[in-house]
Design a binder for this molecule. Sequence first.
Ligand code: SF4
Length: 465
Amino acid sequence: MTGAEEKNQQYDLMAVIGQIKAITGQKKEKPLAFCACYGCRQNEADTERIKGMLENAGYEITESPEKASCIVVNTCAVREGAEMRVLGNIGAFKKIKEKNPELVICVCGCMMQEEKVVDKIKRSFYYVDIVFGTHNIERFPALLLKKLKGKKRVFEVLDGSSEIAEGLPVKRNSRFSANVTIMYGCNNFCSYCIVPYTRGRERSRKMSEILKEIRGLAAEGFKEVTLLGQNVNSYNGGGGDSFAKLLGEVNKIDGISRIRFISSHPKDFSPETIKAIAECEHVCKHIHLALQSGSSRILKLMNRKYTKESFLELVEKIKEAVPGVALTTDIIVGFPGETEEDFEETLSVLEKVRFDGIFSFIFSPREGTPAAKMEDFASHDEKQARFERLLEVQNAITLEKTTACEGKVFPVLAESVSKEDERFLTGHTDGFKLVHFEGGKELIGQIVNVKIESARTWYMKGQIV
Ligand code: SF4
């Protein structure tokens, strides 16, 4: 039977997990599992599910791969250079397996949706036991069980989009802030991006399932949820359940004080969504709106389906409806064919919009995407020089934004103890600005009012008031 046929069969996940637990329960000591995760928040959310399934199957999660009986590597395919690093890191587990032949090494995620990568693992990474893709995470326990029952190697990668598996166990990385996936896949085919090929077409979860999950989180004491999707603005839960409606419904859930969402595609940002952000008191007034380039010519080559002008119009509408909104964005520098004039258009959008922060990258071709075949005239040095100019312009704007917060009081979710100084906690404002402030561990998970005393480009310091 093929993996797809098995997947379509009635699959009792908890029964399979129970069978693994019967095996792990025979061990003298509780077996440990180590999970490595690369890439985006969606991969983080998938890894939380993998950890949840492992815990239910009798494993304890460890931070030490050397002590583990099971290692899972959740890979990311977005950047080609990073793929090589991931393969290098998987290679490092070979030594651990030589010392402990019973170790089960599993590799999953976006890279496994690429045939050439799976072939490479089959041929050269003989110590990898289990491979699965992005469309069958819920099948992981079934594959692990096969391996534990003696099968030598188990490969199950499915093509195309799949039904959404609901109700998987999950081990959250935080006890107050949770990722909630609202949709999978992407239909946009931006010319530089591999995601539609590795994660398939858009599939939205039913709104009732999302709300059930968030009500459960609220009951457990979670304060913040981040709604995840490659393009949350095109969420379609069926029967008229849009993203705007979803924001309104999540906003009604008692106990959830902060609702965040990523990522937003400018072409699908509806007036209804803007209205919902403005009206819902718990929806954070922070929008990450990926611009990528300020040149309409380059945006066309990127297949982004908006222009510089329509992006600026959208920003104006958002700023008008949501006063004080914090905006952040992504910029790709040096896309094939980008001229000095195109780059200057990007700088002019930064000057006009005055984003609170940007994530910027120098373009690197991703094999398998149309942009990888486009002619590219600018040299790496030219791109590097543009990248540095971009940062110089944006850093000044970001500092201007953080400096404007001095003397003001902001509610901040206390998230962790500062790595530099244990007397300090770190957290974020509603607008996603990083704040360090004095406070004890007992405040972690609470929203406290902090008066900002000093600002730097990437963080602010303050005192609880
Ligand atoms: S919207 Fe574009 S960049 Fe984002 S995941 Fe889809 S194809 Fe990739």
